[in-house]
Design a protein around this ligand. Structure first.
Ligand SMILES: [Zn+2]
Length: 259
């Protein structure tokens, strides 16, 4: 059995290892302990991801995600947190940034937007988990700002990969979400109306926010895959129910020696 990887490696990015894992054809690709039912399977999948990338399992590091907008700077001492047990994960944070080269970051999603950020110049990067609350709370721009404050990364150099999530095709929202996004000063509205329902394009919203933060248009890639209606096997909270598994985004920044 192999873990399905959706690699989006961008050529010439100095040894950055980044991409997304999928659900797999047999839907055994769950990466998270808090969902999907089978922690042993998740542990095995995490090991498989490390093996596939040629990294030690000790480098695998993840957080307890709570649909908030707190961001943690991951340091050497945090290496390996959460890899075996949920109680050990980096607590209550939905984005991780680092410039440590020996740490593989992993975040979990099933409809929410996974965002990978990296700056080859400062060798820093981050992962964000952006549901509607995280998105409207500017989790992507906040991670970009923190990369600037802590590592000196400039928005004009940062590249972003906005991964598979529920699309504007399938994500109908209620009044609370609609009002929150109508009140936000987007350049391009991510809301659309069909059949008496309001649909939100979370990927587009995150893209607009990153552009407003100073990222270059040609530095932002956006996955066309929808977790709900796409052909590629992914997990969808909306479609599969709350017991569904989680797929993931991963990132390992390079050091001088492995660039
Ligand atoms: Zn869809």
């Amino acid at each position: 059995m192999s873990l399905p990887l959706v690699f989006w490696e961008q050529a010439g990015q100095e040894g950055v290892l980044d991409g997304f894992t999928g659900a797999g054809p047999d839907r055994s690709g769950n990466m998270a302990f808090h969902a999907g039912g089978f922690p042993d399977r998740a542990r095995a999948n995490r090991k498989m991801l490390c093996e596939t990338l040629g990294l030690p399992f000790e480098s695998y590091t993840c957080a307890e995600q709570v649909h908030g907008t707190d961001i943690l700077v991951v340091e050497k001492k945090d290496r390996g947190r959460g890899r075996m047990e949920p109680s050990d994960a980096l607590p209550r944070t939905d984005a991780l940034v680092t410039n440590e080269p020996d740490i593989l970051l992993n975040i979990f999603v099933a409809d929410c937007v996974p965002i990978i950020l990296y700056d080859g110049k400062t060798r820093s990067g981050g992962l964000c988990h952006g549901g509607w609350r995280g998105t409207i709370g500017e989790i992507g721009p906040k991670a970009v700002r923190l990369m600037g404050e802590r590592f000196g990364a400039e928005p004009g150099n940062i590249r972003a990969l906005i991964g598979p999530s529920i699309g504007g095709c399938c994500y109908d929202v209620g009044p609370e979400v609609e009002e929150a996004f109508r009140a936000y000063p987007f350049v391009l509205s991510p809301l659309s109306c069909r059949d008496g329902k309001v649909f939100l394009d979370l990927k587009a919203a995150n893209r607009e926010m990153l552009l407003a933060e100073g990222l270059r248009e040609d530095h932002i890639a956006l996955s066309p895959l929808c977790t709900s209606c796409g052909d590629f096997p992914l997990f969808s909270y909306r479609k599969d129910g709350k017991e569904t598994g989680r797929f993931s985004a991963f990132l390992r920044m390079p050091s001088e020696s492995n660039k």
